[in-house]
Design a protein around this ligand. Structure first.
Ligand code: AMP
Ligand code: MN
Length: 219
């Protein structure tokens, strides 16, 4: 095992009684600007999942029948409605998923990153809301990750304060750093602000809860 729980691809595949899941971060560069002045820089695709959590497209691989990349290809076909081929070179990380119960087989999550052309990203976005089999079922919608910070401090920091599946938030942050999509300084600032946004979110939730408590007592 390598540092911080990371597994090599070979070690991961050597675990015969493990289940494997593959997910991918698809992204492109873009020259487009928000409000005609804020550079968007990169389009990064994530999705709102059926469980209300943000995550990356992908899913479980049937290890007896398909390779990791074939399984990911199949999952992407279902979730995005287009054929996106990934190769071994796009594999950037494998690790044990924490918190799986001792009775169920251990889960290893594999992560891929692939850079596409902006037109290809747009094709994926269109297909995912029209031809993708899982649209409205396992996938509630594709979303782009805002990498900029607005005047009020929103943008990336608010995005990062949402709830994510597994270690998807860490995968996003690692990838932003690894592929130089954002500077460590900007990321650090956004995350500090995220913690504040998160605390405000709790206040907001309590107010919403109080509202339903009052209604509940009336009915
Ligand atoms: P899925 O079929 O996409 O839900 O993924 C299969 C399994 O991988 C589920 O048990 C999820 O909890 C887990 N999973 C999904 N996305 C991620 C992610 N980005 N990082 C780590 N685990 C994930
Ligand atoms: Mn999935």
């Amino acid at each position: 095992m390598m540092a911080n729980g990371q597994l090599s691809r070979a070690d991961a595949l050597a675990c015969s009684d493990c289940r494997h899941a593959c997910h991918v971060m698809l992204y492109s560069d873009t020259k487009s600007q928000l409000f005609g002045r804020t550079p968007i820089k990169h389009i990064i695709l994530m999705q709102m999942r059926f469980d209300g959590l943000l995550g990356f497209p992908g899913g479980f691989v049937n290890q007896e029948q398909e390779s990791l990349e074939e399984g990911l290809f199949r999952e992407l076909q279902e979730e995005l409605g287009v054929a996106v081929s990934l190769s071994e070179e796009d594999h950037v990380d494998a690790r044990h998923a924490p918190g799986t119960s001792p009775s169920s087989p251990r889960l290893i999550t594999h992560f891929y990153v692939k850079k596409l052309k902006e037109e290809q990203i747009r094709e994926v976005e269109q297909a995912s809301a029209s031809t993708a089999k899982d649209h409205g079922q396992e996938v509630l919608g594709l979303v782009r990750v805002p990498l900029y910070t607005t005047k009020g401090g929103g943008g990336l920091s608010s995005f990062l304060s949402h709830a994510f599946i597994g270690n998807a938030r860490t995968q996003l942050i690692n990838s932003l750093l690894r592929f130089n999509l954002l500077s460590p300084e900007d990321l650090n600032k956004a995350l500090k602000h995220s913690l504040k946004t998160h605390a405000n979110g709790a206040v907001d939730l309590k107010a919403a809860l109080a509202l339903t408590e009052a209604k509940k007592d009336q009915s």
